[in-house]
Design a protein around this ligand. Structure first.
Ligand SMILES: [Fe+2]
Ligand SMILES: [Fe+2]
Length: 185
């Protein structure tokens, strides 16, 4: 008969060396924390650029985006802590502060998101190679998120291309982007 005490104190099996998160994976997760912080920094810089260009809706969209990236940071941070590992923060690269047009800004954002997707994919590859199912499972959230991130950036790129040099179109898009609300964490 299984006693409650057995449930709480399962017999210790020889689990050998800690195979949960490899040292290499830990390093890569810490690097991803840095990459997500850089994403936040980049979008905050874009937000400042749009504020300066009197495009408050674009600025607000980017501000929401910058904040969302911090959510990604904390998701990874919490996971590393949960696995009993050490988060190590490193210097965040300086983002650009100027773009030649709103289109160039959003093209930059789209390009950046594709780079992040490639990084997430190689993290998943590493987790699979390590038989690290827990990390793989955690990363799947990011796989799905990147599909959304790429789609939303590319949608705005396409709209900006349609708008072209039409100032009224740009202001209409600005009003539309102002509607973006922060997501519930
Ligand atoms: Fe992200
Ligand atoms: Fe992102």
């Amino acid at each position: 008969m299984l006693r409650t005490a057995d449930l709480w104190n399962p017999p210790k099996k020889d689990i050998g060396e800690d195979k949960m998160v490899s040292g290499k994976m830990l390093g890569a997760l810490n690097e991803q924390i840095n990459a997500e912080l850089y994403s936040s920094y980049l979008y905050l810089s874009m937000s400042a650029y749009f504020e300066d260009a009197h495009l408050g809706g674009f600025a607000s969209w980017m501000r929401v985006q910058a904040r969302e990236e911090l959510g990604h940071v904390m998701r990874l941070y919490d996971y590393v802590v949960e696995r009993g590992k050490r988060v190590e923060l490193s210097a965040i690269e300086r983002p650009p502060s100027n773009w030649s047009s709103p289109l160039a800004g959003f093209e930059g954002a789209y390009k950046h998101e594709r780079k992040i997707t490639a990084r997430i994919n190689s993290l998943v590859d590493m987790a699979i190679k390590d038989n690290d199912h827990a990390t793989n499972n955690m990363l799947q959230w990011f796989v799905a998120e990147q599909v959304e991130e790429e789609a939303s950036a590319s949608e705005i790129v396409e709209r900006l291309k349609l708008v072209g040099d039409d100032g009224r179109g740009l202001l209409m898009l600005d009003r539309h982007l102002a509607e973006r609300e922060p997501e519930e964490e």
